[in-house]
Design a protein around this ligand. Structure first.
Ligand code: G6P
Length: 344
């Protein structure tokens, strides 16, 4: 077992470290996959998924709608199965394992409605590959830790390569440097942030735009492996309820990288601070303004938003990992969770 962990204390950390290569390999493999060119992504698509894969799909929605103007709906597979939203021109199922029962059922449902289907999965020969009309593979390799990390990055790589194809190669150069930026954050141990979170029993993660689903995924990682109750929120929604819960005991992780909503998120942070909440800000290197208003500032390289989706996501994985480690949790096998949920 120790040999398979390659010198890392846990599979999760090993898999986090594999992400620069996984992203690079997956983008290259999709670029070279003739199926992508043959398969024209229609103007309106629906993506179905569960768990972390659902968050990858939400990120795709923000990016695709912003940069390509295609309409992307995202549905939880477990919901899509039972109710009938107006179906788009194509249904895309994203699933690391290719075996999640709800996602398989959602694809069957789409097929029964004569809708073209595309699967994005990590496992050759998995059930989803036999159901969907087309399959694109991520190159994550086997993921042992129950909490998804490198498979999430690989899903983002597939989605971003699809986006790049939809945008006539506009992001080729940007995607080519993601792995270098991710490399730069891997060694973060985040002691100051962990010291705040490890004593909390509940906390929030907030972001806006594409960083809202990044915040959802950060909160999911924290819940899964540290058992700290973490909720992801769109930053503007905190005042519609969760403000009632804010105090010195509820840390907030706020993603405050540059974007058209940067000013608004800084005022959101001030509102949270005014209610006593310790704020851990994730922003770009050299942003002294954001740094001056938060309790702990975690810098990521200043780069295109597409790159920051990855660097911030990896920082949030590391934050969950190091918190769970400080709390002495069973990181690779969290209680009550399964790697693949093959029952409804
Ligand atoms: C389980 C795993 C999650 C995963 C979800 C969906 O809950 O613990 O990490 O995101 O299933 O899995 P899939 O294989 O469909 O991506």
């Amino acid at each position: 077992d120790d040999a398979r962990k390659g010198g890392f204390e846990h599979y999760m950390l090993k898999e986090i470290y594999e992400q620069p290569q996984v992203f690079f390999d997956t983008v290259k493999s999709i670029e070279n996959d003739s199926r992508l060119a043959m398969l024209r992504i229609p103007a309106e698509v629906t993506v179905v998924a569960c768990g972390t894969s659902y968050h990858a799909a939400l990120i795709f929605r923000y990016l695709a709608e912003e940069y390509s103007r295609k309409r992307v709906s995202v549905e939880l597979a477990s919901e899509f199965k039972y109710y009938t939203p107006p179906i788009r021109d194509m249904v895309i199922a994203v699933t690391q394992s290719g075996e999640t029962a709800d996602t398989l059922a959602a694809i069957q449902r789409a097929k029964a409605r004569n809708c073209p289907t595309l699967a994005i999965t990590n496992v050759l020969g998995s059930s989803i590959t036999r159901s969907a009309d087309w399959t694109l593979f991520m190159c994550a390799g086997p993921e042992i830790s129950v909490a998804a990390t490198k498979s999430f990055t690989a899903q983002l790589a597939v989605f971003m390569a699809i986006l790049n194809e939809m945008c006539d190669g506009k992001f080729t150069e940007t995607l080519g440097r993601v792995h270098c930026s991710v490399e730069r954050v891997l060694s973060y141990e985040l002691e100051d942030a962990v010291a705040i979170i490890k004593n909390a029993s509940e906390m929030f993660y907030v972001g806006r735009g594409v960083f809202y689903p990044v915040a959802l995924e950060g909160a999911l990682k924290m819940k899964e492996i540290s058992y700290v109750h973490a909720e992801g929120y769109a930053a503007g929604e905190l005042k519609h309820g969760p403000f009632a819960l804010l105090s010195e005991e509820t840390p907030v992780v706020a993603i405050c990288t540059p974007s058209p909503t940067y000013g608004v998120i800084l005022s959101n942070i001030k509102e949270m601070k005014a209610r006593g909440a310790p704020v851990i800000g994730i922003g770009v290197e050299g942003d002294t303004e954001a740094e001056s208003i938060v309790d702990v500032f975690i810098p990521v390289p200043d780069d295109h938003q597409i790159v920051q989706v990855l660097t911030v996501s990896v920082v949030l994985q590391l934050l969950a990992y190091h918190t769970a480690r400080a709390l002495n949790r069973d990181i690779d096998k969290p209680r009550n969770l399964a790697k693949s949920v093959t029952v409804e």
